[in-house]
Design a protein around this ligand. Structure first.
Ligand SMILES: [Cu+2]
Length: 416
């Protein structure tokens, strides 16, 4: 009776889950804890274009990611990382990647405080509407993602092709190269395994009389009940022989068909430092508050200008979001629209060389909630990001800001 209720309940749950499922479009980006987004990296100047292509055509992702000095001590220090497009499955093929101007086929060696300018070119493989982000996968931590953009890939008259020229001069289409051989060879191995499994389970009593067979010690053929016969040994020897023959055939085939081989290449390097390591702007003091009811972040800053030109505060960059003190055009240029918002700076006057200025930033944005950027119920209420200053000559200075955050108002649902 209880069993029947369980079956009915799970069937109902199955129907509920499968029928009412809305289309999933995010990558679980909001699921990451706020500290994992804010204190680790900051993405800015991300551009993904074009946003409508046909199968086979290129999409270019450019942008910058800085591994912040505020990297949390609770995570392994960042050492090996991989800058990558984050897309739903192999719907694009990456064909080119550069980090700080150097071709980067694989992982790079990274450090806290360093800035990485990336450019990735990928070609549309499967038609569909895909959300494309840049991301940085850091060993021991996981993939941290930047701002994303929808890219529509329309079908093309020609199927997807990915021609590459080998060192031997031969051109192969990677989309299908060696595909049927790999399929049939794996299938041959699968058949041997299936024969073995069916042999011992279907005609034999090994499984159907489990109560008996589990009583027999290991390595006991149990000849008195006819469990494993000499004939069985003979057939198992045949299967083992076929497996070894397959391996030998495989080695000989590889040696004859591909006389020139190279081991898989690992190109791992530390990208050149291309950003200035000294900063004219210095954060002397920072206090911040967050009003959860209006999604408003306020930061009181005391900034010293150690440089020789006046500095104006133009942006605050936090995880994958950029907040801009500027016109609508300046906001549009800052990155994918969904991840950009306005910022008020009070007073909005440049800080003169040698001077110490006090400014207040005010940012009201639904992104704080949507992308879960603000730690409101964490043991450490701490945020970090990049303050972006410019001088009249257009030089920029990006400095890391870390501040402990005081929540001022909570949404009603959090109240007891
Ligand atoms: Cu996405």
């Amino acid at each position: 009776m209880r069993m029947r209720i369980l079956v009915v309940l799970s069937a109902a749950l199955f129907l509920f889950v499968t029928s009412g499922a809305p289309r999933a479009f995010a990558h679980g980006e909001a699921a990451d804890e706020p500290f994992l987004k804010d204190l680790t990296v900051a993405f800015y100047d991300v551009h993904i274009s074009p946003t409508a292509i046909k199968v086979g055509e290129p999409v270019t992702i450019t942008g910058t990611v800085k591994i912040l000095e505020t990297w949390p001590y609770t995570l392994d220090p960042p050492q090996t990382a991989y800058i990558t497009p984050v897309v739903p499955g192999p719907v694009f093929a990456l064909v080119d990647r550069e980090v700080n101007g150097t071709p980067t086929p694989g992982s790079i060696l990274v450090d806290k405080g360093q800035t990485y300018h990336f450019k990735m070119v990928m070609r549309g493989r499967d038609p569909g509407n895909w959300h494309v982000h840049p991301g940085i996968a850091i060993q021991g931590t996981g993939t941290l993602i930047g701002p994303g953009e929808w890219v529509r890939v329309a079908p093309s008259a020609e199927p997807f092709k990915m021609d590459v020229t080998l060192l031997t001069g031969q051109t192969v289409n990677l989309e299908h190269y060696g595909g049927s051989f790999v399929w049939w060879w794996s299938f041959a191995g699968f058949v041997i395994g299936m024969v073995w499994m069916v042999y011992w389970t279907v005609p034999k009593r090994t499984v159907t009389r489990l109560a008996v067979t589990t009583q027999i010690p290991v390595n006991d053929d149990a000849p008195d009940i006819g469990l494993i016969t000499p004939r069985d040994h003979m057939w198992m020897d045949v299967l083992a022989g076929v497996t070894i023959a397959m391996l030998i055939v495989g080695w000989v085939y590889m040696a004859v068909k591909f006389p020139v081989r190279l081991p898989q290449q690992t190109v791992r390097f530390t990208p050149d430092v291309v950003d200035p390591t000294t900063h004219p702007a210095q954060v002397i003091k920072a206090n911040s508050t967050f009003d959860d009811r209006t999604d408003t972040l306020s930061i009181d800053l005391t900034i010293k200008n150690n440089g020789t030109t006046p500095l104006s505060l133009k942006q605050y960059i936090m995880a994958m979001a950029t907040f801009v003190n500027g016109s609508k055009e300046e906001q549009a240029k800052a990155g994918p629209a969904h991840y950009v918002g306005p910022m008020q700076v009070e007073p909005d006057t440049p800080i003169q060389p040698g001077e110490i200025g006090k400014v207040q930033l005010k940012i009201s944005s639904p992104l704080f909630d949507e992308e879960r950027l603000i730690p409101l119920h964490d043991p450490q209420e701490r945020i970090a990001g990049l303050l972006r200053f410019t001088d009249p000559q257009g030089h920029e200075d990006l400095v890391t800001l870390r501040t402990d955050l005081v929540p001022t108002e909570f949404r009603p649902q959090y109240l007891p």
